[in-house]
Design a protein around this ligand. Sequence first.
Ligand SMILES: C[S@@+](CC[C@H](N)C(=O)[O-])C[C@H]1O[C@@H](n2cnc3c(N)ncnc32)[C@H](O)[C@@H]1O
Length: 242
Amino acid sequence: MKNYWLKRISYLLSKNQLLSTIKSHKNSKFKEEPKKIIPEVSIESITDESDPKIAEAEHKNGNVSYTELQYISKIVKFYQPSTIFEIGTFDGRTTLNMALNAPKAKIFTLDLPKQEIAKTKFRVKTGDLEFINKNQSGVRFIGTDEGKRITQIYADSAQFNYAEFENKMDLVFIDGSHTYDYVISDTMTAMKLLRHKKGVIIWHDYGWYEVIKALNEFYTEGGIYAEMKNIEGTSLAFLKIN
Ligand SMILES: C[S@@+](CC[C@H](N)C(=O)[O-])C[C@H]1O[C@@H](n2cnc3c(N)ncnc32)[C@H](O)[C@@H]1O
């Protein structure tokens, strides 16, 4: 990824943002490890006992775990959203399974094109780079029946203009870039996407330090965020707004 850093530095220099970026990166270093504070609940307490359909079970590095895939699919099956927006397509394993379990839903999934890897609004984590740097997003659903209901969008989640999707989504799944700034930005986006500010938001990787820090802040803020839950045995955070 040597090339990435060269491209990133020259991009930030061209925007006159190199110094401010280095400063904000330094400030984001953790003085101490953030602790998970969002209360845990069992999957059964937010869904039912029935099993979801699962396709493409094989786990690849970058995917949610098999248990997480089952739980996301269970949530989708239980709530039957008409519209779903996903941030972070990767190979489309989660996208495909959400489509499979909400057979009438329209699904929109956004992914950063690898050509834009160095031009993101905020810093991305080194751990995210290998999942961005791929030839094709959504390979698991392309060419399937479910794929006909899935629309792919290619953009930086913090720079995309969501106007045509706002106030139209019933469920948003966030698993894009895992830096603090992205988790904050993607969560604010999810709130705008939800229809009449109601519906379900699921976050992945409540376990990565920066994700913990950002989600703890929302939870501590209270109001609607006070209902956030961490699903037992997983790194999924869940919020249902009625
Ligand atoms: C960990 S993967 C998602 C895995 C997926 N949920 C699954 O279970 O297969 C993260 C994805 O987010 C995308 N991504 C990273 N930063 C992004 C950004 N700033 N905007 C949009 N997508 C981004 C990456 O390209 C990658 O495909």
